[in-house]
Design a protein around this ligand. Structure first.
Ligand code: AMP
Ligand code: MG
Length: 282
């Protein structure tokens, strides 16, 4: 069974009634979990994604305004955000991609509205942007640790919806992905990070403190997703205990966005026949 298609990826979009506990992080909807099938389904679209991204970038270079794509990745520690960035963008033209990761805000960032640093990190026209964490931290970690008042967090859900609506209206395809892992899987990942010296750089003792707040985070995620999933910028809850599956889904969602842009190769702004003649005679 390796017939995974865009329709199966789209089916992971959730509505405002989403119940995270009802989505099994170990499941692989639309395909068997076998790595062979997943590899095959991924390989099937790699060339098309790369070609469409080149087409998008070509339009930017030609001075058109082809729109852009923004992939927002959220997920608990070890959910595979970094790996998803790497695999989603592998094979794309590095000139046409933009990666931004969001950690604890600097003092300067804290002195501005929470969307300030996000605005600055948006991809330009013609570029595929990917966020490793995002403005959603400002309603996730902020809710769990009460870093902002309940009123302020309440305000932010709508501020996010308005912000994303504005982006969509100006030509951005937004793909919001929650890499949904189980608590048990996170434990395995953390142990693996500790047991392998090559992974120590990824380990942060603070992750265990956050892990102890697992249920609070799940609630914060569920509320954030319920409040900000819209027809134009839906959330996809992607089961991610099987990392290759999750990466495959993100690639299919990117393909969906790129296809929807209806891109064409920019027309030459010179006389092609005359130029051919000149080159041949040179
Ligand atoms: P990592 O993604 O592992 O580099 O960790 C980044 C850390 O920054 C996580 O613990 C996030 O919760 C935290 N973080 C990201 N954005 C914010 C924010 N707006 N406010 C507070 N903490 C944040
Ligand atoms: Mg981390």
């Amino acid at each position: 069974m390796s017939h995974f298609s865009i329709a199966e990826a789209r089916a992971l979009a959730v509505g405002p009634e989403v119940d995270l506990a009802a989505i099994d992080p170990a499941s692989t909807p639309g395909i068997s979990g076998s790595s062979k099938d997943i590899e095959k389904a991924t390989a099937k679209i790699e060339d098309e994604v790369a070609d469409l991204q080149e087409l998008l970038y070509a339009n930017k270079r030609a001075g058109n305004d082809p729109g852009n794509v923004l992939i927002v990745l959220q997920g608990m520690d070890t959910s595979g955000k970094g790996g998803a960035v790497k695999h989603t963008l592998a094979g794309l033209d590095p000139q046409g991609i933009h990666i931004a990761s969001f950690g604890v805000p600097t003092e300067e960032e804290k002195s501005h509205d929470f969307l300030w640093r996000v605005e600055k990190a948006l991809p330009e026209a013609g570029v595929v942007g990917i966020f490793d964490r995002s403005h959603y931290e400002d309603v996730l970690v902020h809710r769990v640790h009460q870093l902002s008042s309940a009123e302020e967090i309440e305000r932010r859900y709508q501020a996010i919806v308005d912000f994303e609506q504005r982006l969509v209206e100006s030509g951005t395809r937004i793909i919001k992905v929650m890499l949904h892992i189980s608590k048990e899987f996170q434990k395995e990942n953390l142990i693996e990070r500790l047991e392998n010296p090559e992974k120590h750089w990824k380990y942060n003792p603070g992750d265990v403190n956050e892990r102890q707040l697992w249920d609070d985070y799940q609630t914060a995620y569920e509320i954030a997703i319920q409040r900000t999933t819209t027809d134009q910028a839906p959330w996809y809850v992607v089961p991610s205990d099987n990392k290759p599956y999750a990466r495959m889904v993100v690639k299919y969602l990117l393909l969906d966005a790129l296809r929807s842009m209806d891109l064409h190769w920019p027309e030459a702004d010179f006389d092609v026949a005359a130029e051919l003649e000149r080159v041949r005679n040179s």
